[in-house]
Design a binder for this molecule. Structure first.
Ligand code: DAH
Length: 340
């Protein structure tokens, strides 16, 4: 009889459980009302007299180790239950996790897209390696047209007709090949020009092109759309002015200036003392361009605009040198924390 109890004590000491209900079954088996311990107490009367002290002692030990075991396992398993089933404990303090930040060019591009999306523009893309037709000829810039000199071009040696697009205006053409009016689209992307790299210019940069074609589109629509854009981008008190200009693909054409003010010395320098800063080119789509796309210029009219993303980023964030945007210095990039 005594050996029996010793075996039980050993069994209890060895017991392990993976779930709380196993612990409960274990408790019932030993310490339940009809459990082993009560049974052994009932048998106490039949124990020979000389064994009684030792029996009582062992029985008390058994009772104690069962109670301790149940307590132990319960608290252990309850702590584990606070963690998820995978054993992951969300209450543990985390490791410091360093978040990246969006590149300022992406931040500005996303903001521009977002502003035009709100007034019904979609987003379209075209290839960076273009052919002559989409980058120049279809845009009313035939071969030997002097205006081609406005944009120094990288040509692709593999093919006499290929080049790196010099502007996102090429996406206008691709879009009109695939879609009929009404058209409202903005086309962000990378462009390339064979220019010396300096604080103000780079051989690779980003533009957003805009195209709107429908019946009865007027210059007033263009102006109002651009005013809406500048106010969303630079604040509700922004002012713009349109200066007559020349682009082969628009007629009339304009350069769009934003009023930057003349509060600081830098303002004087970057606006050359005028207070005004050029932020984009724009105009009414030239009827020749529409005709190239088999869109009837008698029936449809449209406007287009193109802006440099780096230029706007530099204005918004007061970045003095365009090269900073392409050096990927983490100390510089970390300053741009917007969620857009
Ligand atoms: N493509 C011109 C450039 O790269 C910008 C531009 C001007 C785009 C006038 C337009 C426009 O759509 O109408 O300088």
């Amino acid at each position: 009889m005594l050996e029996n109890i010793e075996k039980y004590i050993e069994e209890v000491r060895q017991f392990e459980a993976a779930h709380l209900d196993e612990v409960e079954q274990f408790r019932i088996r030993f310490a339940g009302r009809k459990g082993l311990i009560n049974k052994l107490f009932d048998e106490f009367k039949q124990v020979p007299k000389e064994e009684k002290p030792r029996y009582g002692q062992l029985l008390n030990t058994l009772k104690k180790v069962v109670a301790e075991k149940v307590e132990d396992l319960k608290s252990k398993l309850q702590n584990q239950a606070a963690a998820t089933p995978s054993g992951f404990d969300p209450t543990r303090p985390g490791y410091p996790y360093r978040l990246g930040s969006r590149h300022p060019v992406s931040l500005v591009r996303n903001r521009i897209i977002d502003i035009f999306r709100r007034i019904g523009f979609n987003v379209s893309y075209g290839p960076e390696i273009e052919d002559d037709w989409h980058n120049f000829t279809a845009l009313n810039l035939p071969e030997y047209h002097p205006a081609r000199d406005m944009q120094d071009t990288f040509f692709v040696e593999l093919h006499p007709d290929w080049l790196l697009r010099t502007h996102t205006s090429s996406v206008q053409i691709r879009y009109m090949e695939q879609n009929r009016p009404p058209i409202r689209t903005v086309s962000p992307g990378r462009v390339y020009r064979n220019e010396d790299i300096s604080a103000r210019s780079h051989l690779m940069f980003h533009q957003v092109e805009g195209l709107y074609v429908d019946t009865d589109v007027s210059f007033a629509d263009l102006k109002q759309t651009l005013l809406y854009f500048t106010r969303e981008m630079f604040g509700e008190n922004s002012r713009i002015r349109l200066r007559p200009s020349y682009f082969p693909f628009t007629e009339p054409s304009a350069e769009v200036d934003i009023y930057w003010g003349l509060k600081t010395e830098t303002d004087y320098r970057i606006t050359k003392g005028t207070g005004w800063l050029e932020i984009m080119g724009a105009g009414m789509v030239d009827p020749n361009v529409l005709a190239n796309m088999n869109i009837d210029p008698e029936k449809y009219s449209g406007f287009a605009f193109g802006m440099g993303i780096e230029r706007i980023a530099m204005l918004l964030y007061q970045i003095p040198d365009i090269r900073l945007l392409f050096e990927n210095d983490l100390g510089f990039l970390k300053q741009f924390k917007s969620v857009l």
